[in-house]
Design a protein around this ligand. Structure first.
Ligand code: SAM
Length: 231
């Protein structure tokens, strides 16, 4: 059984998807998709030997070797021209890492029409990257599972000639433009906990022998945004 988090991620793949799951670990996600949809094709990318071996094992176990290609390599480097990958999934990592994988893999994105990202932290980084790199955020969800809260961000490549650029405010980048329009229990739970975290950080900054005034201002501003978002 796939986790609620990863099942939610797969719900943004079309039928007959040709996708890459980068940082696939056990390759549970591509196996789930390809078992359900015989027309789906996947590449499971892993940078570490251990998870790479686990991915190979899961794929063989389900006899999915025809549908899923497991590859060892860093980020999008595992992809080539001939792969014709339409969608990319990057889940279960920090936003900074997801952003750097996308940034370093820019040249592999020519034919990609959709990226589904599930950053564990720093979703802001990922949203900013999409906005700055010709993608449009088309869906967002937030799910709670085993006391963790996860955000999923779906971005589609801009059509040629589309001039619109999503101009998000700092608050929209932080909270998610769609998530803040339609606040769910998970949203409130996440930001209540972030509120407490931010308050503790502010206390720490204030206690430091050399106080970083700029950092303090930044966190105090964010605390205010969070307070407003929770109202
Ligand atoms: N995507 C799965 C999920 O959401 O459950 C696994 C998440 S796991 C926490 C992160 C995985 O990403 C690890 O298996 C790690 O080896 C892999 N990883 C980290 N950096 C990577 C990179 N630059 N390229 C490919 N895989 C990477």
């Amino acid at each position: 059984n796939l986790s609620k988090r990863l099942t939610m991620v797969t719900s943004f793949l079309p039928k007959g998807a040709a996708f890459a799951d980068i940082g696939s670990d056990h390759a549970y996600l591509p196996c789930y998709v390809c078992l359900k949809d015989q027309t789906a094709r996947a590449i499971a990318g892993e940078v570490n030997e251990g998870p790479y071996q686990s991915a190979l094992k899961t794929v063989s176990h389900y006899h999915l070797n025809e549908a899923i290609d497991v590859r060892l390599g860093n980020g999008l480097q595992v992809l080539n021209e001939q792969d014709k990958v339409d969608q990319i999934v990057i889940a279960g990592m920090g936003g900074a890492l997801i952003k750097s994988i996308l940034e370093e893999g820019q040249t592999k994105l020519d034919n990609v029409t959709r990226i589904i990202a599930q950053p564990n932290i720093d979703a802001r980084n990922v949203r900013k990257w999409f906005v700055d790199n010709n993608f449009i955020i088309t869906s967002e969800t937030i799910v709670e599972e085993n006391q963790h809260i996860y955000e999923i961000i779906v971005a589609d490549k801009k059509e040629n000639g589309t001039l619109i650029r999503q101009d998000f405010t700092k608050q929209q980048l932080l909270f998610g433009p769609m998530l803040m329009e339609n606040k769910t229990k998970a949203f409130y739970d996440k930001w209540k906990s972030e509120y407490e975290k931010t308050k503790r950080i502010i206390e720490q900054i204030k206690k430091a022998t050399v106080m970083d005034k700029q950092k303090l201002n930044q966190f105090e501003e964010e605390l205010l945004w969070i307070k407003e978002a929770l109202e």
